[in-house]
Structure formats: C-alpha cells, structure tokens
Design a protein around this ligand. Structure first.
Ligand code: NAP
Length: 247
C-alpha cells in the first residue's frame, strides 16, 4: 500500500497504458482522477477503481486546452483537496513520411503529446508547490530517443517531453517535486494493435527479452518513480523496452 492517502491524476487514463497505471496505483491504495477526451472509457475504469474500495473521479477533458485542464484540476481539488501524482499519459500518433506529412498531422501530435504535457504540468505545479511535495511522470517513448521513419511528429513530441522533464525537474526540485519520464518501447495496446504484422515481426527480433511489453510493465515503473524509493531521482528518463535501446 505504497500510495495510501495519495491522489493520482492520470491523463488518457481510460484505456491502454493509462488504465493499467490507474489500476496499479489504486491497487496500492491511491485515490484516482482520470482525465480523457472520451469519458466512456474513463467511466468504466473509474467504476473498476471504486469496486476496489478507492475513490475515483472520471473527467472529460482535452489536454490541448489549458481551460479544460484548469477545470479538471479544480474538480480534483474540490473532490480530493490535493493532487500528489500526475501521470502525463495522453498521447496520439498520426504517422506519415516527412515529405507527405501535413501541417495538421504535425500540429495535432505536437499539441496533444507535448503541449498537453506542458499544460498539465503547469496546472498541477501550483498545488504541488503549495503542498511542497509532488511527483510528475511524463510518458515519453524510445522513439523520442532513436527516431523512427514515418514518425517525425511523434518522435519530436516525445523528445520534447524528455527535455521538458529535465527543465521541469530543475525548476520544481526546490519545492520537493520530482519530475521524471518513462520511455516505453513496444507495448501491446490499441495504439500498437493497428501496426502491420510484418513490422511487428521485425520489432520482435530487435527485443533482447523476446516479448512485447505489457501496460503493467510501464505501470510498475511509474509506481516506482512515484514512490518514496525514488525520492532521490529527478529529471531522468527510464527506458522500459525489453532491451531494444541500450545507451
Ligand atoms: P492509447 O490506447 O491510444 O491511449 C491513449 C489515451 O489518450 C486514449 O484514451 C485517448 O483517448 C487519450 N487522449 C488522446 N488525446 C487526448 C486529449 N487531447 N486529451 C485527453 N486524452 C486524450 O495509447 P497507449 O498505447 O495506451 O499509450 C499511452 C501513452 O504511452 C501515449 O503517450 C503513448 O505515446 C505512449 N507510448 C505507447 C507505446 C506503445 O507501444 N503503446 C510506446 C511508447 C509510448 P481516445 O483515443 O479515446 O480519444
């Protein structure tokens, strides 16, 4: 019960990696606020969290809209009076080769993945600074480290998240707020389910541990980073990829 009496806010928390993170924190005692553009999924995850005996809050929100993010934080503070943990997980892909990538594809991905994380960090930083404690975890990707053909927008957004993590860590460390990133490799979710079988086969060959990751593999590292065991870690990006990328 590492997170008893803690409040965790997870964006894009209705399904995939976000849902696994939410259920993981709830299992270890946290109350959970879930923010997602589609409330159908968060309502279901919220019901599952309440069935575990925790308090849950399902919020329809758009991370790209600072007003919507601000309203979400107010709802969380109204219900729980504080926010201890933010997981910036909401993310999208709109793949295309560089020369064919439209401005819309570029802007949409940067807006959700990078600006969305910035908006949420900015909004939770105020209550966390006041509390003099907080843990912020940003979900990046190994693609933000190594790049990937067809993902100029996604790779730039995830590399931006890694840099944003370092700056936020430097700015907030004086107020006891740790900011770290997790960079997953290939994790089995709806986002990766739509990739061609041929590409999946090729990826599998590049994974030394010989399997794709599960959302729970990512959740476990988020929980470690939000725990007191990681009190002396800030500004770091932890790669969770079965060994695909080694520095
Ligand atoms: P997913 O299943 O597609 O879930 C992403 C969630 O974010 C969805 O519920 C989505 O809502 C929500 N979302 C999208 N735009 C939003 C917005 N503007 N405001 C609020 N919520 C929004 O993806 P996933 O695979 O679990 O990925 C979660 C995170 O891990 C992402 O940041 C992704 O880039 C990262 N990641 C994933 C992998 C992987 O292999 N799966 C690898 C590396 C990194 P709707 O879709 O319902 O609209």
């Amino acid at each position: 019960m590492r997170f008893k009496d803690k409040v965790a806010f997870i964006t894009g928390g209705g399904r995939g990696i976000g849902r696994a993170i939410a259920l993981g924190f709830a299992r270890e005692g946290a109350d959970i606020a879930l923010g997602d553009i589609n409330k159908t999924d968060t309502d279901k995850t919220c019901a599952d969290i309440e069935a575990m005996g925790r308090r849950g809050l399902s919020i329809e929100m758009d991370v790209t809209n600072p007003g919507s993010v601000g309203e979400a934080i107010n709802k969380i503070l109204d219900k729980f009076s504080k926010v201890d943990i933010l997981i910036n997980n909401a993310g999208i892909t709109k793949d295309n080769f560089l020369l064919r990538m439209s401005d819309e594809q570029w802007d949409a991905v940067l807006k959700v993945n990078l600006s969305g994380s910035f908006n949420c960090i900015k909004a939770v930083a105020k209550p966390m600074i006041k509390q003099r404690s907080g843990k912020i975890i940003n979900i990046a990707s190994i693609i933000g480290i190594i790049g990937n053909a067809g993902q100029a927008n996604y790779s730039a957004s995830k590399a931006g998240i890694i840099a944003l993590t370092k700056t936020a860590a430097k700015e907030l460390s004086g107020r006891n707020v740790n900011v770290n990133a997790v960079a997953p490799g290939f994790i089995e979710t709806e986002m990766t389910a739509r990739l061609p079988e041929e590409l999946k086969k090729k990826m599998m060959q590049a994974i030394p541990l010989g399997r794709f990751g599960s959302p729970d593999d990512v959740a476990a590292v988020c929980m470690f980073l939000a725990s007191e065991d990681a009190a002396y870690i800030t500004g770091q990006t932890i790669v969770v990829d079965g060994g695909m990328v080694m520095a």
